[in-house]
Design a protein around this ligand. Structure first.
Ligand code: FE
Length: 229
């Protein structure tokens, strides 16, 4: 499988491009609007056909490029069926399979950072969105977040994947790029607190809201900028 991990420095967001080399069919996960030309350039250079642009959740810290990619490349946009993003072509639910050439991703509902977060599971890796980050996790204090649900999404769903599963999160703020399920079980300081400790920690984080939240959330509920495209 062709695989690229792309980074938006302004929002510390990882975007992932996956493709089947034989057919050229590709999927992009969590594309960022400011990186539209970079991503289209790469997809074009590599001779790929973008089938799907998937958002793991309604982001609060950046605007998705999903709608713009649909306009420019004719791909299908996908997000949780429960996210209220009516413009998305493909509403995703637990167990759904996204196929691109000989490869596929399985949808795992992992709410808690938001109430409609998804993770995407491949044969050897998981794209964990903002549910599980490297040695951390997404905050749970807005967008219908819930620390209890986040704890269960991580410990009952993501931690039930094989220990060697590669973990590719939506963000990293310290320069880390990759972890594994086993590594996070052993070393994630928040999860090591246990259920009650985790919930208490998350409820007392007291973080400022993301700078672009007022712009990003309404835009992302309409597939990003230029939603009519
Ligand atoms: Fe998020």
């Amino acid at each position: 499988m062709l695989f690229r991990q792309l980074f938006d420095a302004a929002s510390s967001t990882y975007t992932y491009l996956l493709a089947d080399p034989a057919s050229g069919e590709a999927v992009i996960i969590d594309p960022v609007s400011e990186q539209l030309e970079r991503d289209i350039g790469l997809i074009t250079e590599l001779g790929l056909t973008l089938r799907y642009a998937i958002d793991t959740h309604v982001h609060a810290d950046h605007v998705t490029a999903a709608g713009l990619l649909r306009t420019r490349l004719g791909c299908i946009t996908a997000i949780s069926a429960q996210a209220g993003v009516d413009c998305a072509n493909l509403p995703l639910r637990e167990g759904d399979i996204i196929r691109f050439g000989a490869h596929s991703l399985r949808v795992l509902e992992t709410p808690g950072h938001t109430n409609t977060c998804l993770s995407l599971v491949g044969p050897d890796r998981v794209f964990s969105g903002d549910a599980l980050l490297i040695r951390g996790c997404g905050r749970s204090d807005f967008q219908s977040g819930d620390a209890e649900r986040l704890y269960h999404s991580i410990t009952r769903k993501l931690f039930s994947l094989p220990d060697e599963t590669l973990v590719y999160p939506s963000h990293d703020y310290r320069g880390m790029t990759l972890s594994t399920i086993g590594e996070e079980k052993r070393h994630n300081p928040r999860l090591r607190l246990g259920h009650e400790g985790f919930v208490h920690f998350m409820k007392t984080l007291d973080l400022p809201y993301p700078q672009r939240m007022q712009e990003a959330v309404p835009a992302n509920e309409h597939c990003g900028r230029n939603p009519g495209g």
